[in-house]
Design a protein around this ligand. Structure first.
Ligand code: UDP
Length: 377
């Protein structure tokens, strides 16, 4: 009988965690003729990109909406080897003062929220100050010296960003370090997509299927329901750890804080619940957004499934980690953990939890591409 932990052939890489970072890394190493073992604590691959088809045939993103986008042709071509794509331009709306507006705020949002004269002034001034078809982060717009634009900035800040950010992060917009807020700028145009990247799509058969295809290689072995601690006898040359870096070091320097989410899923006997896949609730409601999944594939069926998204503090053993919190003191604590990591031989920390970084899917993949260039195989 095969003892799965007794590998006579030493493997090259042991990868902890089968999320997007671990999966892409496994494939790149396997294609360099290296033997890879990837283990996953959960009963499924995909990390928080995991999706499945529900009983009505609707593709559900269990951990919240994921839309793939990139300008990077290499990343796009890489993934395209493992999936066909459903082209999908993501649209998000918010309900402000009872009116549905596009998010990011664009010229349609301004036309909807203000009377014609005022809207005209705002649009003209935005163009003359920032140019046409530009993206202006709200905190930059707030700094403007123009009186009208200041009024517009204060309105958008209060109605779109302030409460949502407080709910999502338990922080005020100014307290967020990095470019989290700049992900959702103000558009100086009528463009109403959520993203502006060249490639925007969802895997035709879902993310989980695409990941299965990526892992389908003779040099890759996958073990689900397996904790790192279960693998005492496995010999490897390199360890790639996509779990939480603070957990790896037994929280020696203190715990890195995270935000978590609770989802309330509802399947309703109606064709449509809302006009687009995601509607943000930017006021004092306890949830931040509602996702209606059938919009992703434009499915025409009699039922629909929606998910209400409730942000929450992360609590160990109670809920899941979703977002590293972009705050300077957290980044400093992470750097201290990194110093510990650098003292260990042949171990790399990867992904949102390993690098304590608010990665999008494309930026997580880009980081793995860079890492593989650095490691001698
Ligand atoms: N945000 C906001 N209001 C919105 C949309 C976004 O205040 O209507 C802020 C909020 O702080 C959020 C950040 O912008 O966490 C990034 O938004 P994004 O939609 O990229 O978040 P994700 O999909 O990663 O949760």
């Amino acid at each position: 009988m095969e003892d799965r932990n007794n590998n006579n052939n030493e493997i090259y890489a042991l990868i902890i965690g089968a999320g997007i970072s671990g999966i892409v890394l496994a494939r790149l190493l396997a294609e360099k003729n290296q033997k890879v073992l990837i283990i996953e604590k959960r009963n499924n691959i995909g990390g928080n990109c995991y999706d499945y088809i529900d009983k009505n045939g609707i593709n559900i993103h269990k951990y919240g909406p994921h839309i793939f986008r990139t300008d990077n042709g290499k990343i796009w071509q890489f993934l395209s080897r493992f999936t066909a794509w459903h082209e999908y331009k993501h649209k998000v709306r918010a309900i402000i003062e009872g009116k549905e507006i596009p998010i990011p705020v664009n010229f349609t949002s301004i036309d909807t929220l203000f009377d014609t004269t005022k809207a005209k002034v705002f649009k003209e001034k935005l163009i003359s100050k920032y140019g046409k078809n530009e993206k202006v982060p709200i905190l930059e717009l707030k700094k403007t010296d123009d009186k009208d634009l200041r009024e517009l900035a204060a309105f958008i800040y209060e109605k779109v960003f302030y409460h949502y950010t407080l709910k999502q992060w338990d922080l005020k917009p100014e307290e967020l370090a990095g470019d989290a807020l700049a992900r959702v700028p103000v558009y100086t145009s009528y463009y109403d997509g959520y993203f502006t990247e060249k490639y925007q799509a969802i895997p035709q058969n879902g993310y989980t299927k695409m990941f299965e295809n990526i892992l389908n290689h003779p040099n890759i072995k996958v073990q689900l329901n397996t904790d790192f601690k279960d693998l005492k006898n496995t010999k490897y040359k390199y360890l790639f750890y996509s779990g939480p870096i603070d957990e790896y070091f037994n929280y020696r320097l203190g715990a890195l804080p995270y935000r978590s989410l609770n989802f309330e899923f509802k399947t309703l006997p109606q064709k449509q619940f809302q006009s687009v896949a995601v509607v943000n609730y930017t006021s004092k409601e306890p949830f931040t957004r509602i996702t209606e999944f059938k919009h992703f594939f434009n499915q025409k069926i009699g039922q629909t499934t929606v998910a209400y998204e409730y942000p929450a503090a992360f609590e160990l053993n109670k809920n899941e980690r979703y977002y590293p919190i972009p705050k300077q003191e957290n980044e400093q604590l992470y750097k201290k953990y990194l110093q510990l990591a650098e003292k260990e031989k042949n171990i790399y920390f990867i992904g949102r939890l390993g690098e304590y970084k608010y990665y999008s899917m494309q930026s997580a993949i880009a980081a793995i591409f860079e890492l593989v260039k650095k490691i001698a195989t």
